[in-house]
Design a protein around this ligand. Structure first.
Ligand SMILES: [Zn+2]
Length: 464
């Protein structure tokens, strides 16, 4: 029996495949090769792979397939996977008010199930790196952040866990109910502990931690200021929701006497280490401030459409040089949970009321890959197919009945139906094969999520 080489010396060769590298020049190969060595990309180019006799454990004939960088998700709330299909026709503020009481009853067991459901949907739609903004920490809920981290680790997704928070409840003019928030000092202590315990900044890290107070209408000004100081002291990134709706804009003007972007600027929340979800309601001056400071944007087209929030000015942001990535957002405002379909949704929604050149298919793919990598501060590790980068790759099957007649392989992905995923590699490991998770039994996840959703609904119902 042949002896397997050690993991770092194992090569996987993909040949005869269309490749969209999403490198700085948007290099594409009509019939090329990618060689994976251990957890990194060793080679990419046109034609067959260079002769490499050593350590090849797998050869994939990529005829009829497209390879892209694995997709990068920059905004999500994994726990919401078990509160989908509720408040179906509400605007953001009404939707939040309807759901807060249910969310306030989650615990670590339910969060584990929900996080696996969310992560499964991401992986099965081509996503290899995701962030999860978790901001609900019930007093008797146990270690919900740890539960989501453990859940994701089992599935093999590269992860940025966001220690979120809320401390402005109704009694302080905020939106969440009083029992759903934490005290400022507790939040800061737990945030620092989460960074110390989990954050791994090394090249190829599978787990980052960042700090993420929830939104201007659910956190205090002190929490924003002190979270920024803490994050900068610890060398981690900052994330929040910003400029999502007209109601948020109104709230900020009433309470702080300025719009959301000026408010964030006043508390030290613009910078290359910050990214914000949505950024729908931004004027030219807001976009210029984001561009000047390198503040990133997580564009969430489906969630914004579902909640009727509006359409972010992504073409203007890109022209100004703002880093922009894509986000699924939580399952409660985007029941699909797929990142792959957001490529097409971003393309379409950004053309509505604008022009057919407002966002190209290549730009949409860049948002979902390099754009997201930049927003998460990982542009040197992931987001494009280049020698030396991490082997996070999606292999899409585009020769089936849904795609074989489309002229351009990238258009098959960005304009056509989401193609079946023949394989998904994270860190050189195949975590999806023929559309199925390889790491965990999907049916078990489905059962756990159904049970968790019923249990949570029951708890919320009993509490009235
Ligand atoms: Zn969100």
């Amino acid at each position: 029996m042949a002896v397997q080489p050690p993991p770092g010396d194992r090569r996987i060769v993909i040949e005869n495949v269309a490749i969209a590298t999403v490198d700085a020049n948007d290099t594409e190969y009509a019939r090329g090769h990618v060689v994976i060595l251990g957890n990194t990309i060793e080679a990419v180019g046109e034609g067959p792979a260079p002769a490499r006799p050593d350590g090849v454990v797998r050869r994939i004939d990529g005829e009829g397939h497209l390879v892209t960088p694995g997709l990068v998700n920059t905004h999500h709330h994994f726990y919401q996977w078990i509160t989908r299909g509720l408040a179906q026709d509400d605007i953001l503020f009404d939707w939040l008010v309807a759901l807060y009481p249910t969310w306030a009853r989650i615990d670590e067991r339910l969060v584990h199930a929900a996080a696996q459901g969310s992560a499964a949907a991401l992986l099965k739609s081509g996503c290899t790196t995701a962030s999860d903004h978790h901001y609900v920490f019930p007093k008797d809920g146990g270690d919900v952040l740890g539960a989501s981290i453990e859940a994701v680790r089992e599935l093999g997704l590269r992860f940025t866990a966001l220690r979120g928070s809320m401390d402005r409840s109704r009694k302080d003019g905020g939106l969440p109910p009083d029992h759903a928030v934490e005290e400022l000092d507790d939040i800061l202590a737990a945030s620092e502990a989460a960074v110390d315990r989990y954050h791994d900044p090394s090249f190829g890290s599978m787990l980052h931690v960042a700090l993420a107070p929830c939104s201007p209408f659910s956190v205090s000004t002190d929490l924003l200021r002190q979270s920024a100081e803490l994050a900068r002291r610890k060398g981690v990134r900052l994330h929040t929701h910003g400029s999502e709706t007209v109601e948020e804009e109104r709230f900020c003007r009433k309470l702080f006497g300025m719009g959301p972007t000026d408010y964030f600027e006043s508390v030290g929340w613009l910078g290359a280490d910050v990214w914000m979800a949505h950024c729908v309601h931004m004027d030219d001056s807001d976009i210029a401030k984001f561009a000047e400071t390198g503040t990133g944007v997580a564009h969430c087209p489906s969630s914004n459409a579902r909640l009727g929030a509006g359409i972010a000015r992504v073409p203007d942001m890109l022209r100004a040089g703002v880093p922009v990535g894509l986000g699924v957002d939580g399952g409660a405002s985007n029941e699909s949970g797929e990142l792959g379909t957001e490529l097409r949704n971003a393309l379409l929604i950004n053309r509505v009321h604008r022009s057919p050149t407002a966002l190209t298919g290549r730009q949409a793919l860049r948002l979902g890959t390099m754009g997201g990598a930049r927003v998460l501060g990982r542009q040197d590790e992931i987001g494009s197919i280049e020698a030396g980068k991490l082997a996070d790759l999606a292999l899409w099957k585009i020769d089936g009945v849904m795609h074989s007649s489309i002229a351009d392989p990238v258009a098959a992905l960005t304009l056509g139906a989401l193609p079946p995923l023949a394989a998904l590699f994270v860190n050189g490991e195949a975590v999806v094969e023929q559309g199925r998770l390889t790491t965990v039994d999907e049916e078990r996840i489905a059962r756990d999520c159904a049970r968790a959703a019923r249990e949570l609904t029951g708890r919320a119902g009993r509490a009235g």
